[in-house]
Design a protein around this ligand. Sequence first.
Ligand SMILES: Nc1ncnc2c1ncn2[C@@H]1O[C@H](COP(=O)(O)OP(=O)(O)O)[C@@H](O)[C@H]1O
Ligand SMILES: [Mg+2]
Length: 257
Amino acid sequence: MPESIRIDRLCKVYRSRDGTDVEALRDVFFTVKQGEFVSIVGQSGCGKSTLLKILAGLLPRTSGALSIEGQEVDGPRRDIGIVFQKPLLLEWRRVLDNVLLPVEIFQLDRQEYEAKALRLLRTAGLGEFLRKYPFELSGGMQQRVALCRALVAEPSLLLMDEPFGALDSLTRQKMGFELLRLWEEWKSTVLFVTHDIDEAVMLSDRVLVMSPRPGKILDTLEIDLPRPREIFVKDTAEFIRHSSRIRRRLWEEDGHE
Ligand SMILES: Nc1ncnc2c1ncn2[C@@H]1O[C@H](COP(=O)(O)OP(=O)(O)O)[C@@H](O)[C@H]1O
Ligand SMILES: [Mg+2]
């Protein structure tokens, strides 16, 4: 499988004027294969968002090398879709027009992409809400719109930063399975950041465990649970073995025995 992401000795220091620099990432390296679903788990403040922003070309790195689809990252790109914790929809645009925003920004063919947007929205269960405004939707539905918007220009890589963090746990679980359904259909590479260990195990092919700040990758786990995943896999010994290994790793790293 060709590589989607290659990161080598990536470091990030936030410089501040009063001289109190913050070292957010230290010597991060990993690769992600095309089509792979990889999660990064780590406690709050360990540098997960920093890493994703650097990958998205929204934040400069301090040192190290970084390429996506074989090309060095030096700014935002059309082949990368991003979903943040907040849906960040434009309140004055209807659902369909929100999803088509990247199509306007990248000046793509509206007709062709409108058909794609409609298909995505239907797959995401939003077929009846195309003409609604964001305030008429629940939080989970708004986040699904944001997901469709991230996918509409057919990115080869989808970056997700705690995308379901603001949702209640049942909705969150449901959204995870919807994401998997879309991913199985759309086949992009996914890098998914979360602090929820079970969520990471449920969704991923591989989980990267990150240390507290300065963040580095402590451990990589292959999650060989069968696909398509379904909710009851959570009760299996395999699932519990994976999640408890991650939990233990994070716990030990935090200074506990
Ligand atoms: N723009 C910034 N300027 C200075 N420090 C920052 C900035 N953004 C994040 N940090 C610091 O970098 C560290 C990592 O932050 P972040 O990447 O947001 O962590 P996470 O997403 O894992 O919670 C934190 O200590 C945070 O305070
Ligand atoms: Mg964050």
